[in-house]
Design a protein around this ligand. Structure first.
Ligand code: ADP
Ligand code: ADP
Length: 228
């Protein structure tokens, strides 16, 4: 994993009476293997920031660099997990995960092996042939995480991944995500409304202003899980 440098990002949308600044001079570094949580109220620009990082927005100021190289379009190898699992209902668990390898330069045997490893990583052994409707909400999010990680991306982005789950399932999956993060050594960016979740999982917490656009402060945490 490399260092991701977000430098002086600004983005605005044209609205009726002028421009709405959605990001104003956002600067943030994500070290290799670092876990960064982003909190802020609805509409403060969190999703826009994620879209910029993955190259889904055009027309902005500033830049996103990976190890000093400007990221062009969608060239960053990344996995994304959304609030909704976005699994294909007519495909089994293993076929859904294999979709994460669509563009991977692997033999069919290597793909099967990678899928097997990632089913084990998220604790779903035995559910390879299940369909999404046969899974609980928490299990479906585990599949979504496996699909996002199976291609060994540089970074995993999570946009409110546990927002739709009940409290107990959410607590389980927070622990699971923490374990997976440690096991994989991958950088992660988590967007969440849940401040406790942000602090529990993050090395640092980026607090956005309630009005769109600005970082209020960046708080180092990482107390819950010191690493040697
Ligand atoms: P968050 O993810 O924190 O809820 P968003 O990044 O989705 O915030 O949106 C930030 C602000 O930008 C909101 O006020 C939203 O309405 C506005 N916005 C987002 N996308 C567009 C767009 N395509 N056109 C106009 N305004 C937008
Ligand atoms: P999220 O579920 O991440 O909060 P949003 O509901 O903010 O997503 O945005 C969903 C889509 O709608 C995005 O592509 C965003 O750009 C667009 N969008 C959000 N707010 C506005 C807006 N005020 N005007 C136009 N498009 C918007």
């Amino acid at each position: 994993a490399g260092t991701l440098d977000i430098q002086h990002l600004s983005k605005s949308y044209p609205v009726k009476n002028g421009d709405l600044a959605v990001l104003e001079d956002v600067t943030l570094t994500i070290a290799p293997g670092e876990f960064v949580s982003i909190v802020g109220s609805s509409g403060c620009g969190k999703s826009t920031l994620l879209r910029l990082i993955v190259g889904l927005e055009e027309d902005y100021q500033g830049e996103v660099l990976l190890d000093g190289e400007r990221i062009v379009g969608t060239s960053l190898r990344r996995g994304i997990v959304f609030q909704e699992h976005r699994l294909f209902p007519w495909l089994t668990v293993e076929s859904n995960i294999q979709l994460g390898l669509l563009n991977a330069d692997l033999t069919p045997g290597q793909k099967r092996q990678a899928v097997r490893e990632h089913i084990a990583l998220v604790g779903l052994d035995g559910f390879e042939k299940s369909y999404p409707h046969q899974l609980s909400g928490g299990m479906a999010q585990r599949v979504a995480i496996a699909r996002a990680l199976v291609s060994k991306p540089e970074i995993l982005l999570l946009d409110e991944p546990f927002g739709a789950l009940d409290a107990l399932t959410r607590a389980y999956l927070q622990q699971e995500l923490h374990r997976i993060w440690q096991a994989e050594g991958i950088s992660m960016i988590l967007v969440t409304h849940d401040v406790e979740e942000a602090i529990y999982l993050g090395d640092k917490v980026v607090v956005m202003e309630p009005r769109p656009g600005r970082i209020r402060r960046i708080v180092p945490v990482g107390l819950a899980h010191p690493r040697e």
